[in-house]
Design a protein around this ligand. Structure first.
Ligand SMILES: *Cc1c(COP(=O)(O)O)cnc(C)c1O
Length: 442
């Protein structure tokens, strides 16, 4: 290929996204949504925005403490040194056109972000965006033996204004760095990573679904790749990110609710363990229990802990219950961050929002299966739901516990709280209201 042809091909590729977007916009303009409808929608959005603006302006967004890097991490990487190698037109994958059939994490976009860390080379190396490709590593790589691995789960949303947003990314970066510390992997500057990730999102932006029924899942991952078998910190690591367009995460029944298996003979996390970190080693041992739940016709596992059967998490979600307390007040409760609980960003956001609403009591306290049974008997349990990035909120309608079926009236409430929470968070994520939690990718 001559240089000139190469440049033309590159230009063509760069602009194909814009061309596709232009065509899609034209199609949408001419199809189901008339301009008048669009205008009405906009006015409604502005009205909604007026209401929420007054609430959100006083919201104190928890900003995590900056990470202190260990001396032996060495040099940090800078987004300004990012290099980009684009996929050739032949390498581009067809984009899915049906959001309902996406499933979760089955399809990937055309590019990925990679940043190597080598102790012998002084620390973090230059970040690179490359076509999505297989990783090559030595069969002794530590990740393959001792699960020296951690990950994050984030999403990019295409807003009603066609802008792409990510949600509280600094929280994910902080959590990832805490997991890196726990695994003896190198820590990094989250802000620089987000800048590189934003570039990746811009390059693969046409993969962010044009619908509120889907989004682009972001999977940052950090692995130890040192080719030595010692159970020791890895002298080489790879930090990377891949992107996957996703629909809804869980198979629920027609009502949208999930049923749970609560078997006290299994434990997901314990005091002093690492259940509060998104490390791969926490998830492999849950798969067979999840299979058992599926065999029994149940959708998720309710993880219990301790002799008193404390509720800790639902599958890979945090758990919340809404109930009437001893004082006759409505109360929203979730277990405290006592080391057994993954510090969910959805969890944190729900706590901040509901505390700001001030409509009911909000608490972070342990609750047990005994409490659930007692509240059910007294008719004071209102809602039970899981929360997480993948699904926002996932209502629970049944728990199978010690051979009994407990029916939870989550779906029978008149104006259920989990619905309001889902709508509020999605309005922020899809840019229907301006909010400091939503970060626009320029
Ligand atoms: C990821 C995860 C959550 C939810 O965290 P978010 O930041 O809200 O997505 C909850 N529990 C477990 C076990 C998780 O892995």
């Amino acid at each position: 290929m001559t240089t000139k042809m190469a440049i033309n091909a590159k230009e063509l590729f760069r602009n194909q996204h814009r061309l596709i977007r232009f065509i899609e916009q034209s199609i949408r303009m001419c199809s189901n949504q008339t301009l008048k409808q669009q205008q009405q929608q906009k006015t409604q959005l502005e009205a909604d925005f007026q209401i929420t603006k007054s609430i959100t302006s006083q919201l104190s967004t928890a900003v995590p403490e900056p990470i202190v890097h260990d001396e032996d991490v060495g040099q940090q990487f800078a987004a300004s040194a990012l290099s980009v190698r684009l996929a050739t037109p032949q390498q581009l994958q067809p984009k899915p056109d049906n959001a309902e059939e996406l499933g979760f994490g089955k399809l990937f976009t055309d590019h990925m972000l990679k940043i190597y860390w080598h102790k012998s080379l002084g620390g973090w190396q230059k970040p690179q965006i490359t076509p999505l490709e297989n990783l090559v590593m030595h069969p002794a790589a530590k990740v393959l033996h001792y699960a020296v691995e951690l990950f994050e789960g984030m999403k990019a949303y295409r807003g009603v204004d066609d802008k792409i947003r990510i949600f509280r990314p600094n929280m994910n970066m902080h959590r990832m760095n805490l997991a890196a510390q726990r695994s003896g992997l190198p820590t990094f500057e989250g802000e620089e990573f987000i800048k590189c990730l934003s570039r990746l999102l811009t390059i693969d932006s046409e993969w962010v679904p044009h619908t509120e029924a889907a989004s682009l899942y972001i999977r940052p991952t950090l692995i130890g790749i040192d080719p030595t078998l010692g159970v020791a910190s890895s002298d080489s690591a790879l930090l990377y990110a891949i992107l996957s367009p996703v629909g809804s995460y869980f198979k629920s029944d027609e009502t949208g609710a999930v049923s749970l298996l609560a078997d006290p003979s299994y434990t997901r996390a314990w005091p002093g363990g690492a259940g509060n970190r998104k490390m791969g080693s926490n998830y492999a041992p849950t798969i067979n229990v999840q299979k058992e739940a599926s065999r029994k016709g149940l959708q998720q596992v309710l993880w219990l802990y301790g002799d008193d059967h404390q509720l800790t998490e639902v599958g890979t979600m945090n758990i919340f219950m809404l109930f009437i307390n001893e004082q006759g007040e409505k109360e929203l409760r979730t277990p405290p961050l006592n080391g057994l609980i993954l510090p969910g960003i959805t969890r944190d956001s729900i706590l901040a929002l509901t505390r700001q609403w001030g409509k009911f009591k909000v608490s972070e306290e342990t609750f047990t299966m005994h409490n659930i049974v007692d509240l059910l008997n007294k008719g004071r349990l209102l809602e039970l739901f899981g929360t997480g990035t993948a699904c926002v909120v996932s209502p629970v309608n049944r728990i199978s516990y010690l051979g009994k079926d407990l029916y939870i009236p989550t779906m029978e409430q008149e104006k259920p709280l989990h619905e309001t929470i889902r709508e509020t968070l999605m309005d922020i994520q899809y840019g229907k209201v301006q909010h400091p939690w939503s970060v626009v990718i320029e």
